[in-house]
Design a protein around this ligand. Structure first.
Ligand code: NAD
Length: 330
């Protein structure tokens, strides 16, 4: 049955076995990996992205893929991709330098943009997964963080554009579930890394890898004793897919419960790259959380999911990508 025409998109035949899936933020780090995985499972993917922080290079390998369509647009303007079976809403600036640069856009995509994707899911009876974040816990007073912890967030600090957009997004998701019966899913994603993480967007692992490969000092903010958990991208995508196929509508933490100090992460990067770089210390950004570590009991129990890839393995798997970026002068 041909899908009803949308001005931006050619009609597609709908396959009864596989799904037609909308991925917002498809040109980003997680969106492009999710797209690859969905296509690998035989689904058809419509990828939407305004390229504000994403890179078309992340999707370049799909140029000849007939089951993939890319639409460049801002999801804050209402749009209709035609009938879809599932919506993965990943669009949002995600790294501190980007959401601080794009503060208003971040608030808008977390609110108006997210609502537009929920309207699409409601219209077509599609499932919907929203990419929320561990930032909902703010600078947490409880360790490790469980989903029933309400968080410790500064609502007016510089990071609030991201944290509060994501918290509002969670409220919106639950309201569409409760009031409109949408089959929603909420992934609270913790630090994730891997190939295609933007080499210069200021996240810990990409910063360290690029600095190590360039032979520059690794920049540690504060004294480096603050902790983070680092999840390799393949593990995270597996968790997202399992959650999307579950009956759970409340938030589920997805991340690696292994807790590393920033100094330990820097040491792992130096070891894996074989770099002789030193460490340099700079002052801690405002509201930088002191500790961040997911309790993934819920994901383990409900989804049978837990990360399989250690930090050192993940760093090794990421090396080729970051080496090519460093060689290209990124
Ligand atoms: P990313 O910046 O690589 O990808 C986000 C994509 O969204 C980009 O391609 C960007 O161009 C696109 N986008 C932004 N605003 C848009 C808009 N208005 N319309 C259309 N497209 C828009 O970031 P990522 O790391 O892939 O993150 C994906 C999602 O996962 C984000 O929602 C982020 O908040 C969430 N998340 C990521 C992590 C992580 O560690 N990577 C952790 C927690 C949550």
């Amino acid at each position: 049955m041909p899908v009803s025409a949308h001005p931006d998109l050619p009609a597609l035949e709908r396959d009864p076995v596989t799904m037609r899936v909308l991925v917002t933020g498809a040109a980003g780090f997680l969106g492009s990996h999710l797209t690859d995985r969905l296509l690998g499972e035989g689904h058809t993917v419509v990828g939407v992205d305004n390229l504000s922080t994403g890179d078309p290079e992340n999707l370049a390998h799909l140029a000849q893929e007939p089951r993939f369509q890319f639409v460049e647009r801002d999801i804050c303007r209402p749009f209709d991709p035609g009938p879809v079976d599932y919506v993965f809403n990943l669009a949002s600036p995600a790294s501190p330098p980007e959401y601080l640069r794009l503060g208003l856009e971040t608030l808008r995509v977390g609110s108006a943009g997210t609502e537009n994707t929920l309207e699409i899911a409601a219209r077509y009876g599609a499932g919907h997964l929203h990419s929320s974040t561990s930032e909902c816990y703010g600078d947490p007073l409880v360790h490790p963080q469980r989903e029933n912890y309400w968080g410790h967030v500064n609502p007016v600090g510089p990071r609030s554009v991201y944290d509060e957009a994501k918290r509002y997004g969670e409220a919106l998701i639950m309201a569409y579930h409760r009031s409109r019966g949408v089959n929603t899913h909420l992934a609270r994603i913790f630090n994730t890394y891997g190939p295609r993480l933007h080499p210069s967007d200021g996240r810990v692992v990409s910063n360290f890898l690029m600095q190590a490969l360039r032979g520059q000092p690794l920049t540690v903010y504060g004294d480096g004793s603050q902790t983070r958990s680092f999840c390799y991208v393949d593990d995270l995508i597996e968790g997202i897919l399992r959650l999307s196929r579950s009956g759970e509508h409340f938030p589920v933490n997805l991340g690696n419960p292994g807790e590393f100090t920033i100094i330990e992460c820097a040491q792992a990067v130096l070891e894996v790259t074989g770099s002789k770089s030193t460490l340099c210390f700079e002052s801690l950004p405002e509201d930088d959380p002191a500790r961040r570590c997911p309790d993934i009991t819920k994901a383990r129990t409900l989804l049978g999911w837990e990360p399989q890839i250690t930090l050192r393995e993940g760093l090794r798997k990421s090396l080729e990508f970051f080496r090519s970026k460093a060689a290209a002068g990124a």
